[in-house]
Design a protein around this ligand. Structure first.
Ligand SMILES: [Zn+2]
Length: 251
């Protein structure tokens, strides 16, 4: 029987991926702070998530690495936490005790789960992830820019069942409006290369508040642009725009 694969977006880039009986939480973000607003209702509290077998974190920005909330919410500090060195050193300082440092193309295993870091590029050091178990493969894009090496993921890992990509093309105004996240067109171009069974966008509802949106960040909050771009570039692929809390099973 085919290994079930389900994804539930908790909010923003925080996804609960259920794969081969294992529950993997990505880029946790549960608490808002000045200039970091979720812009959509969260689907669960940390306590409400239920069992979490592993946490993967792409980089240390607040909206992807809310480690204090995980511990405050009762997540066991010996839960395997997988990320680049910039993240695992921070997690160690906060009290996490089962750290797996992975940089691009390095892998770690948690039971039957294999998590391989893939390259990323962002305002700070970032990796993306290939998450595999029971013959199913998920590509998790964090909030990276489109990196050319990501085009090699299908050659390296075989068919991608699920691709989760950011789409807001976030630009940082104080950095000369520099783009630090892939936009809808970038994400659709990568989707056309990865050719997943299902593509789900994330990282678009977030905002920096009324003042912050004028002074700090500029991002596209409409994921339909991504769905339209995929339809144009690869009309045979499936895209699902998903509200937080909706469990999507991948065929
Ligand atoms: Zn970020």
């Amino acid at each position: 029987m085919r290994t079930p694969l389900t994804v539930t977006r908790i909010g923003h880039a925080c996804q609960l991926i259920e794969i081969g009986g294992l529950r993997v939480l990505t880029d946790p973000w549960f608490t808002q702070t000045a200039t970091y607003y979720q812009g959509e209702p969260l689907a669960a509290t940390v306590a409400g998530l239920g069992r979490v077998d592993a946490v993967v974190v792409s980089h240390e920005h607040y909206d992807h690495c809310d480690l204090d909330a995980l511990l405050a919410g009762g997540l066991a500090p010996d839960t395997p936490l997988i990320g680049p060195g910039t993240v695992t050193s921070l997690a160690h300082a906060k009290g996490f005790r089962n750290l797996r440092t992975v940089e691009a193309w390095e892998a770690t295993a948690v039971g039957d789960l294999t998590v391989t870091a893939a390259p990323g590029q962002h305002g700070v050091h970032e990796v993306t992830f290939v998450i595999q178990a029971g013959g199913r493969t998920v590509f998790f894009g964090g909030d990276s820019l489109r990196v050319p090496e990501l085009d090699t993921v299908p050659e390296r890992f075989g068919h991608v069942d699920l691709a989760i990509l950011p789409t807001n093309g976030l630009c940082v105004r104080p950095l000369g409006h520099r783009q630090v996240v892939m936009d809808a067109e970038d994400a659709a171009g990568l989707t056309a290369v990865l050719r997943p069974t299902l593509a789900v966008p994330h990282h678009y509802a977030f905002h920096s508040g009324r003042l912050g949106d004028r002074m700090i960040t500029d991002g596209d909050r409409d994921p339909r642009r991504y769905a339209d771009a995929v339809t144009r570039l690869a009309p045979d692929l499936d895209v699902r725009l998903v509200l937080p809390g909706i469990a999507v099973e991948v065929a």
